[in-house]
Design a protein around this ligand. Structure first.
Ligand code: AMP
Ligand code: MG
Length: 451
């Protein structure tokens, strides 16, 4: 196999050659909510135990267990209510023999008390006002007073959350490598972390090309179609964990496309283009990007410090390759501009663009994020649909619906790479290997799960 323009690359050769050139983005410190979906790069330990103090798990009365030991419905314990303790109370009354303090959920257990009896086990007190208004009262001692009847005893520690019962000081809260979802962010906040060190979400700029493209919402003229790729790819990039910027469709003009991409580099960790990569007369991406390097002004006059020896003429290189796959045969990959930003040029047919994103762009995003799971889950499944013609020598990706319960997959729509409706109903890609030209109903196949 030659390395020339005629070389046909396998899917994994192309992917390996891309990922082999990339490493995760530098870690940065972010505010908690800005770190959602990011990968933690530090082990976070707990500075102070959670809960930080003994507190009540119920609204009720803090009591001494000996006082209520013999309490029954017929013979309730009658205790003097010496105060109210709300969540956040700093000053606590000491509960002596024969005494109780009204206590709210989350409030500190006062000295002297050994347990909490829930308000439902009492008459609600005679001097403290109705139960329903308890939470509205402050720690104002005048709101308490009177007596409470307790109808049931409590064990030491009952309805009390022990200090450190959630997590102890010095314990590992979250390990490096954890992806920060809502509950992980909640834990970080609970232990008092305001910021964390994570790998940032890669910024992906999506540019679609084609003079036929019209923005959705605008009327179509003759021969024109709506730009769907830039929307699907931007959404897919977000879904993969990136911050994605959609650039409206660019006309098939080499200089306009070059200028657009160059302008976008400042906010891009990855550039994704769609369309213009085959061998047609208007294959603008190929024309604009394959001539990078010697003589190109791409990458602007400044920022040449990183350019290789020989001056500022070489601003990167995009390779256009033929892949042994269907759809998605033409693919481009290179690194451009002063920061050698990775650029993936995907074919324009909507299904080809989407499948190419799944196979190549998503792993790039996941690699830059430092995610542990770079690839989609692949399972074996019985293919319910017979696939009669699959191209010899090319790995085919058909849209499918996977059923986890039965372990089967059904093809959705045909193999046409313009079939956007079928794509919208698919949740899996059926993989037909290079060597197979058909799949009989009931045969096992590899299936890439898309959600
Ligand atoms: P190309 O690779 O540019 O020759 O495009 C291949 C096919 O995909 C053509 O039928 C295009 O009209 C169509 N196409 C290209 N870009 C888009 C896009 N952004 N949205 C929808 N269809 C597109
Ligand atoms: Mg085009």
């Amino acid at each position: 196999m030659s390395d020339g323009a005629d070389r046909v690359w396998s899917v994994s050769e192309h992917l390996d050659s891309i990922l082999g050139q990339l490493s995760p983005l530098e870690a940065i410190e972010l505010q908690l909510l800005d770190a959602q979906g990011c990968v933690l790069v530090e082990d976070v330990t707990v500075p102070v135990a959670l809960p930080p103090f003994e507190n009540s798990s119920m609204d009720g009365y803090a009591i001494r267990t000996a006082d209520v030991k013999a309490a029954t419905d017929a013979h309730p314990a009658v205790l003097d209510v010496i105060g109210d303790i709300a969540a956040g109370s700093g000053e606590l009354p000491t509960v002596g023999p024969g005494q109780a303090a009204r206590i709210m959920t989350g409030a500190p257990l006062p000295p002297g008390a050994e347990a909490v009896v829930p308000v439902e086990w009492t008459d609600g007190g005679t001097g403290g006002g109705p139960v329903s208004t308890m939470a509205a009262h402050s720690t104002d001692a005048s709101a308490s007073g009177g007596e409470v009847r307790v109808y049931q005893g409590a064990e030491t520690g009952q309805f009390v959350r022990a200090r450190g019962s959630d997590v102890a000081a010095g314990e590992l809260a979250l390990a490096a490598g954890t992806v920060l979802g809502p509950s992980q962010i909640g834990l970080l906040a609970a232990i008092g972390r305001g910021t964390v060190t994570v790998r940032p979400r890669p910024r992906v700029v999506v540019v679609s090309t084609g003079s036929e493209l019209v923005q959705p919402g605008e009327p179509l003229g003759p021969g024109r179609i709506h730009d769907s790729n830039s929307f699907a790819l931007t959404a897919a990039a977000r879904d993969a964990g990136a911050i994605a910027y959609r650039v409206g469709a660019v006309a098939d003009e080499v200089e306009t496309l070059r200028a657009t991409i160059e302008d976008q580099l400042v906010r891009a960790d990855i550039v994704v283009t769609s369309g213009g990569v085959s061998v047609g007369a208007y294959d603008v991406v190929k024309e604009a990007l394959s001539s990078l390097g010697g003589g190109s002004s791409f990458g602007s006059e400044e920022g040449d410090e990183d350019a290789p020896e020989g001056g500022g003429a070489d601003f990167g290189h995009v390779d256009f390759r033929k892949l042994a796959m269907q759809p998605g045969k033409p693919q481009g990959f290179g690194r451009i501009g002063p920061d050698r930003t990775p650029l993936l040029a995907l074919p324009g047919n909507p299904v080809s663009a989407y499948v190419s994103f799944e196979l190549f762009v998503r792993p790039v995003i996941r690699t830059l994020m430092g995610a542990g799971a770079v690839h989609r889950e692949v399972v074996r499944a019985r293919c319910v649909t017979a696939i009669e013609h699959s191209p010899q020598g090319r790995r085919q990706y058909l849209r499918g619906h996977h059923d986890r319960v039965t372990g089967t997959v059904t093809a959705v729509g045909g193999s046409g790479s313009h079939l956007v409706k079928a794509l919208a109903y698919a949740d899996a890609l059926i993989v037909v290997p290079e060597s197979s030209t058909s799949v009989a109903a009931g045969d096992e196949v590899d299936v890439i799960l898309l959600d």
